[in-house]
Design a protein around this ligand. Sequence first.
Ligand SMILES: [Cu+2]
Length: 145
Amino acid sequence: MRRIIGAVALVAIVAAGCADKNSTSTTAGPAQMRVEITMTDNAYSPTAVTVPKGEKVVFKFTNSGSVEHEAIIGDTSVQDDHAQEMMDGHSMSGMGGDASDRTVTVKPGNIAEITTTFDAAGTLIIGCHVPGHYEAGMKAMLKVT
Ligand SMILES: [Cu+2]
């Protein structure tokens, strides 16, 4: 019994150590995955990410570029809708439901997070719809398995 308690304590210490490295740590539950994505002018790195369905996923976006960038997580219709809204001169506030929970704007040098859970497997896209960026290839493939 004593041995088991020791092992659990060790795991807790390791987990805390990991969290400290991230400047914006959250209270980590057991089923949580962190995905770190760097934004540059105009691309994401990495350009392909795989996450498990049914688990909480925290996306941490670090903008290393010199201009503002967005991250919109959604399927192609979400990307198209958002592109259309940006073209029409509307802000993101017009987006409802899940889409707004999966959208973030990051100023140069800043960090922002999106925390979400994907219920279904499939292929989604992370896209930036600051004018010209998506067209320039600022998108990443997100596979939910
Ligand atoms: Cu961008």
